[in-house]
Design a protein around this ligand. Structure first.
Ligand SMILES: Cc1cc2nc3c(=O)[nH]c(=O)nc-3n(C[C@H](O)[C@H](O)[C@H](O)COP(=O)(O)O)c2cc1C
Ligand code: SF4
Ligand code: SF4
Ligand code: FES
Length: 640
């Protein structure tokens, strides 16, 4: 491949790629992101390849393996273009029918369509499925259309035109001005204005200057950055080269955690292809600008995602945060000016350069522009990655996109912003989501985690869970974070274990202040959020655990007991068969009872007792009623 040397070279290449493609020819796109791979999309791919050969359909249909579509729980996902027919949970056994019925005869296979759980309606087209319909997939949208291993697919969709525009039509200052005007804010958590950061690095006197992509993504449950890096690595690369040009940097690093092998693989391929085409290397697109980039594999600690820790890790040192007397933008890698941005931040840049700051500013709220990708998980019907305009309400995300709470249960809270985000209660369901609004209610945007909780969630247990995670992940460098989090965890364990006193709440509150104010980095600085927010909005739950030794959500093991209601038990024997410790007594036709001494509260009896009986109860804050005498345990029909 001859390197491209001008914008017309790029345009001619794009035309050439498109001229070889027939827009009317059917194309089966098969999601091959990590989520769908876990559901064996590899086997579906092999089945398609074999069956296309067998049925001699090579001329009628193409097959393209794409990145994550977002609706991972319904994977493997197949979308057939140009009609955009969407099939979910496709198995290798379905491939024969898809080819012989849909491709050959144009018939829709009902069983593979999305079924609306509320109405039972079957939906054919991907964009009409409520999960997708209410999203605005600007950054994430091309994931479903391109093969991440093919630079031609990216170019066919106008890929690298923003780079060409930036390098050949704009000065570095104009690029920075455009990004500043767009008011792009960092998607990695802090929401710092990207253009201002670029300007600081550009104006910092030292050289060389570096640029970094932060794809550490250590938040449990979050995989937005992974899916972008895996599914559309060229969009991140293009943003990075534009940023490097604006900043005056000629060398960059992509920091990807080692546990993301597909992201590493696809990024390596993308870099090679970009070098071959002349989007990386010397004299990019004939502009005279040079830039090279390397991948650095991270070892996977949550704290390594913090900017100064990440810089240390790339330098080959332990990935621990450093005091920030001077910002990374001025003194970063090897003490040289370094601009570090999140994956999603970089991927927004080509959109801004191509469409202009005014277009970008037309989406979002006063202080937060554009869209944001969230990882929507927990007690919500549709889970996955969703991209929405800033300012969409929590209610719309949870109900219109997420399809509401499973089994008609009531919404209780949503935790946003990763492990150190806060829990937001029902009263804020109509809150428009943006950087500032989330902070006002005691949470944060973070990198975009969203965990939905229903009435079966204990908020003290949730605070304990996140504090446990953060105490584990603290690098231990500073005492308030290391010791403070451990003490907070101890108190929370005591509360959920029914061993706490009323003074413990005060102690917990004091500790949240010490940890928040005395920690070196934002891990410690934000770690108390789950506790602070649950204490603020769900204090009654803390009090019930402490004063009444009761877990209102019936979650905390030490505070609940399992009890068989003698009126409801039908002596079916299922619980006896399944109890792992032999704690249940009873015979055929004799009501069963649980020996509380032997019960380890695993909840198996509760799970296996048939719904029509629902004889196993969970009680909290009260002792188990005394066992009924043997004669009354015989089922009444028998006694007669
Ligand atoms: C403990 C901790 C972990 C972090 N992890 C990440 C991460 O995985 N990815 C990320 O982009 N930013 C992470 N950040 C934020 C970075 O420090 C930094 O602000 C961000 O990468 C800057 O990019 P942005 O301006 O585009 O958001 C983390 C911060 C802290 C305190
Ligand atoms: S606040 Fe915690 S994670 Fe951050 S440097 Fe201090 S000990 Fe390490
Ligand atoms: S499973 Fe339920 S109904 Fe059956 S014996 Fe156990 S408690 Fe009784
Ligand atoms: S990995 Fe296939 S939809 Fe996410």
């Amino acid at each position: 491949m001859k390197k491209l040397k001008s914008s017309s070279d790029l345009e001619n290449l794009r035309k050439e790629i498109l001229s070889k493609r027939d827009p009317k020819k059917m194309c089966i796109t098969l999601c091959s992101g990590t989520g769908c791979r876990a559901y064996a999309s590899e086997k579906v791919n092999i089945a398609f390849q074999d069956e296309i050969k067998k049925q001699k359909l090579g001329k009628e249909v193409d097959i393209r393996r794409t990145g994550c579509h977002g609706f991972c729980e319904k994977g493997p996902i197949v979308v057939i273009y140009p009609e955009e027919i969407c099939y979910l949970q496709v198995k290798p056994e379905d491939v024969f029918d898809i080819l012989s019925q849909t491709i050959k005869e144009g018939k829709i296979i009902e069983r593979l369509l999305y079924t609306n759980p509320g109405t039972g309606e079957k939906i054919i087209h991907e964009s009409e499925i409520p999960f997708y319909k209410n999203q605005k997939r600007l950054v994430f949208g091309n994931n479903r259309k391109i093969d991440p291993k093919s630079i031609d697919d990216y170019i066919a969709l106008n890929g690298y035109t923003a780079l060409s525009k930036a390098l050949l039509e704009l000065t570095p200052e104009q690029v920075i001005e455009e990004v500043k005007k767009a008011n792009l804010r960092g998607r990695g958590g802090g929401g710092f204005p990207t253009g201002r950061k670029w300007e600081t690095t550009r104006n910092a006197p030292a050289a060389p200057k570096y640029v970094i992509v932060n794809c550490d993504e250590g938040d449990p449950g979050a995989y937005m950055d992974r899916s972008l890096m895996e599914g559309n690595p060229h969009s991140v690369l293009e943003g990075l080269v534009i940023g490097a040009y604006a900043i005056g940097s000629h060398e960059g690093f992509i920091y990807v955690r080692q546990e993301y092998p597909l992201a590493v693989e696809n990024t390596e391929i993308a870099i090679k292809q970009a070098e071959e085409y002349g989007f990386l290397g010397e004299d990019i697109l004939g502009s005279g600008f040079n830039f090279k980039v390397k991948i650095h594999r991270g070892a996977g600690a949550f704290v390594s995602g913090e900017s100064s820790a990440l810089v240390s890790a790339i330098e080959g040192k332990v990935g621990e945060p450093k005091p920030k007397y001077i910002h990374t933008a001025v003194k970063g890698l090897w003490n040289k000016p370094t601009c570090l941005n999140n994956v999603e931040t970089w991927a927004n840049v080509p959109l801004i350069i191509n469409n202009g700051a005014d277009w970008y500013r037309s989406m979002g709220t006063e202080g937060s522009k554009g869209t944001k990708i969230f990882s929507l998980v927990g007690k919500v019907n549709n889970t996955g990655l969703v991209e929405v305009p800033m300012g969409m309400t929590l209610r719309s995300i949870i109900y219109d996109i997420g399809g509401g709470i499973p089994n008609g249960k009531k919404f209780k809270a949503i935790q946003t912003g990763g492990p150190s985000g806060g829990c937001i209660p029902e009263q804020f369901l109509d809150l428009p989501i943006d950087f500032d609004e989330l902070t006002k209610v005691g949470s944060m945007m973070g990198s975009g985690g969203m965990i939905v909780m229903d009435g079966d969630t204990c908020m003290v247990d949730i605070a304990r869970y996140f504090t446990n995670f953060l105490a584990d992940e603290s690098c231990g460098k500073c005492i308030p974070c290391r010791e403070g989090l451990r003490h907070m965890l101890k108190i929370l364990n005591n509360i959920t274990g029914g061993k706490a006193t009323e003074e413990d709440i005060k102690r917990l509150e004091d500790l949240t202040e010490v940890v928040r104010d005395g920690s070196l980095c934002a891990l410690g600085g934000t770690a108390p959020n789950p506790v602070i927010s649950t204490l603020k909005y769900f204090r009654d739950e803390y009090e019930a655990h402490i004063k009444e030794k009761r877990c209102p959500a019936l979650v905390c093991k030490e505070l609940i007991i399992y009890y068989i209601d003698p009126e409801k038990c039908q002596a079916c024997g299922l619980c006896v068969k399944n109890c792992p410790t032999g704690a249940i007594y009873g015979k055929k036709k004799i009501v069963h009872i649980i020996n509380q001494e032997k019960c380890i509260k695993c909840g198996t009896c509760f799970d296996v007792c048939p719904d029509k009986f629902s004889a196993v109860l969970r009680l909290s804050g009260e002792p188990a009623p005394p066992d009924v005498p043997r004669e009354t345990r015989i089922k009444s029909k028998e006694r007669r």
